[in-house]
Design a protein around this ligand. Sequence first.
Ligand SMILES: Cc1ncc(COP(=O)(O)O)c(C=O)c1O
Length: 385
Amino acid sequence: MTNAYNPHGVTWMESSAAGCLEQETVEWLCRQAGYPKTAGGLFVSGGSIANLTALAAARHAMLAETEYSSGVVYLSEQAHFSVIKALRIMGLTGEQIHMIPCDDSLRMDAFQLEQAILQDEKAGKKPFMVVATAGTTNTGCIDPLSQIAGICSSHGLWFHVDGAYGAFALVSEKYRHLPEAVAQADSLVWDAHKWLFQTYACSTVLFRDRKYLAAFYSSDPEYLWDAAAENAEINYREWGIELTRPARSLKLWLTLQTLGTDQISDMVPHGIDLTQQTESMVRNMPEWEIVTPAQLAIVNFRYAPQGISPEQQDELNTAISQRMMEDGFACVLTTRLKGRTVLRICSIHLETTEEDIRYTIQRMDKYTRILKEELVPNFSVTINA
Ligand SMILES: Cc1ncc(COP(=O)(O)O)c(C=O)c1O
């Protein structure tokens, strides 16, 4: 519909229906996040642009332009690379991007965060924002949001949560509690094209107080004076980076109207259940190890037989992934965690079944036997069938 009717989602005058749906849908998302009435936001193309949109407005809210060069942002080593990309686009140097180590579960270490802030404050720098992640891309874990919110509040910092992947839990009755303290975030990124089952491109930026978006993005070009917003109307061009933009909210709005929130709430656990099943299947296979447990539908594991070096194990796991890709049944790619190559399964597609997962594991097992002989010919062990 958006392609066929092609509404210009820029000003209320040109597309009030699109504006109205966007406002309603954003309000619904803000309610899921537990935000107050001051909240607001807009639809953008994806999580990367959403992070950029939020972080640039946040800096404007927190620092005078003369302070930009001494401003420091904190994020964990597991933050999505789009955050660093956004900060670079904003002109921050490497020294202004303070990477915080993670704890053993690969969540941002809140103690180290506070130490880093204290150290930077002492050095005369201007800490102004912490970027936490609700649902990291590698492992699906959620940073300790409550603790981070407390640290931000006591040091007067902006608290941004990248929930591009994990904020979906907010619509699930069963998992709503997981991103606790998200309501305290000053800004939140939430991708509808990830776990709200939308086609690309559909993401949102939500602010606890929408005035900070307009304060940064609003402009007043004379050729748009006739389309100025009146009363409660919103011209979304004044809240974000884009001028011409499609009516991205329509599809999510229609999904909500068609399915209703109860059904959406019931759909979310499917992916989580599948990775829990994956985890227990892998745990039953000798010589395989779970590197990070099933969290928000992501699980990481590794084939790690005794008797070969960790580097050979890395090579073997990379080869298993390549063989799975050639096979074409399931996409099991690698990532690096704690210095080692691991296999990662993320299973949020609604049509993926437990049987699909079982076949995937069986195929992996089959290729592992073959590859082990090829890569480590003199090494023979029994692999679980
Ligand atoms: C946590 C997180 N943030 C941001 C992004 C970027 O989102 P997009 O691909 O929609 O730009 C991703 C994508 O995987 C992500 O997992």
